[in-house]
Design a protein around this ligand. Structure first.
Ligand SMILES: [Zn+2]
Length: 212
């Protein structure tokens, strides 16, 4: 089997879209382009990630006495931003965005399911109580499907997309990020983020530059 290219759609869920509990500005602007990539035959393998937290999740400010959303605390020896409750398992905000063609996706990786540790990346959790970043199994899944290149889009650019792209490089995949099919929680850091990702070996393109 020839080396394959995989599409990874990160966390396109109602809670991260306008009207959700942790909305990413203009998050809905990426939907038509993401739809097109999901429908495209250019990707023999398509996977999605889904933020999927139990209500007692450690990343929720509501689970820390006196804490406010967007405060930073130390968790297992690393900085952890506290978020509003979001993507709680089984709630409408945690669904895969209903208007996208999910039947085209081969596998969905649910992440952030361990109440003790956050998981921005589709490949590995953030640092847990053991001091390591346990893998989700995505790298192994892609390797078994002969994937050598991943093309990443979704939300949010400066958290889950960034960490997924960095870990994809680290795991040895050629990694492309479709810049206009992502949006940031804090767009003021976008220039810096773009340079940092490019330095780490992530190829950044606009959707129009993607070769079929
Ligand atoms: Zn989350």
């Amino acid at each position: 089997m020839a080396a394959a290219r995989a599409l990874i759609v990160v966390d396109v869920q109602p809670d991260f879209l306008p009207g959700g509990s942790l909305p990413v500005g203009e998050g809905d602007a990426i939907i038509p382009g993401v739809w097109e990539l999901m429908e495209s035959n250019a990707f023999p393998v398509k996977v999605a990630t889904q933020d999927w937290h139990p209500p007692e999740h450690a990343s929720f400010a509501s689970n820390h006495d006196g804490a406010e959303p967007l405060e930073t605390i130390r968790l297992h020896g690393h900085d952890q931003i506290l978020w509003p409750d979001h993507c709680v398992q089984g709630t409408p905000g945690a669904e895969l965005y209903p208007q996208l063609p999910w039947t085209r996706v081969d596998a969905v990786i649910r992440k952030g399911t361990d109440p003790r540790v956050d998981s921005y990346s589709g490949f590995r959790n953030n640092w847990g109580p053991g001091g390591d970043r346990p893998p989700t199994g995505l790298a192994g899944y892609l390797r078994e499907r002969d994937v050598e290149e991943v093309v990443i889009c979704g939300l949010a650019r400066d958290f889950c997309v960034q960490w997924t792209a960095e870990d994809a490089v680290e795991a040895g995949f050629r990694t492309t990020l479709v810049w206009d099919l992502t949006r940031s929680v804090d767009p003021s850091g976008d220039d810096e983020l773009r340079s940092a990702l490019e330095e780490q070996g992530v190829r950044i393109v606009e959707k129009a530059e993607l070769t079929p």
